[in-house]
Write a protein that binds this ligand. Structure first.
Ligand code: GSH
Length: 228
């Protein structure tokens, strides 16, 4: 077997399309000959750094996206449901605290990427299914408990989330994504013969598979689907 192709997935739990991309990449990790690197990042910084604006701010796009996400939820088998006040959840409350927490889990947690995966999924489930807060320490704690972290680990990781080290790590991941040319999420970067190829969106997997020499088998390659 040839050596695994490295694929980086840049995401933010405020982004529903990132959730779709994340679940698909996690499913394909054992189907394609790839090494998946999870890159928790801050979408607000990407918007600011690239001069882009969230698509949901254009009223007709917002209406379309609401429909689109309902259809995609079923197609991808990811339990997505819009928050009751999407503007408050996405633009007023945002995801800075949540992404600092995920960064702390990745940098200092003892559970490796598996733990990052579980914590990220729990945060998505809160904001994009249960219509719950992801900004307060108590909310991040609940997500951490559900993801299997102990109370003492969570306490330590929450404290670390506010450290300079973790804040800077999240900033540098955001800068890495901008350097690849990011303007939104999810962003998948496939390293092919030492060259990064960037794909934006959760609707580019067929093309990505073609470019990396793998087969796209649809959103559920390993039925029965992992229970989310
Ligand atoms: N067509 C893409 C849309 C992805 C998307 O709209 N992502 C949002 C965040 S949830 C974004 O960053 N958009 C930037 C843009 O559309 O310019 C998909 O199906 O995944």
């Amino acid at each position: 077997m040839t050596s695994k192709k490295v694929i980086e997935l840049f995401y933010d739990v405020v982004s529903p399309y990132s959730w779709l991309g994340f679940e698909v990449m996690c499913r394909y990790r054992t189907v394609w000959n790839i090494e998946l690197k999870l890159r928790p990042t801050f979408l607000g910084g990407i918007m600011q750094g690239s001069g882009n604006k969230p698509p949901g701010l254009v009223p007709n796009k917002f209406l379309y996206m609401t429909k689109d996400l309902n259809r995609l939820s079923e197609y991808f088998n990811v339990p997505l449901r819009s928050p009751s006040d999407p503007f408050e959840a996405m633009f007023q409350k945002g995801s800075l605290n949540a992404m600092r927490f995920v960064t702390a889990v990745q940098e200092k947690g003892k559970g490796g990427d598996e733990q990052v995966e579980r914590v990220s999924r729990e945060l998505w489930r809160r904001i994009w299914y249960e219509d719950k807060d992801i900004t307060e320490p108590a909310s991040l704690s609940e997500a951490g408990i559900k993801a299997g972290l102990s109370d003492s680990e969570i306490k330590e990781l929450l404290e670390l989330s506010n450290s300079k080290e973790i804040k800077n790590k999240l900033k540098s991941s955001t800068q890495n994504a901008l350097d690849y040319g990011a303007f939104g999420f999810p962003l998948v970067v496939c390293h092919l013969n030492g060259k990064p190829e960037m794909f934006f969106g959760s609707d580019r997997f067929e093309l990505m598979a073609h470019c990396i020499g793998e087969k796209w088998l649809g959103p559920l390659p390993d039925k029965p689907a992992a229970k989310l």
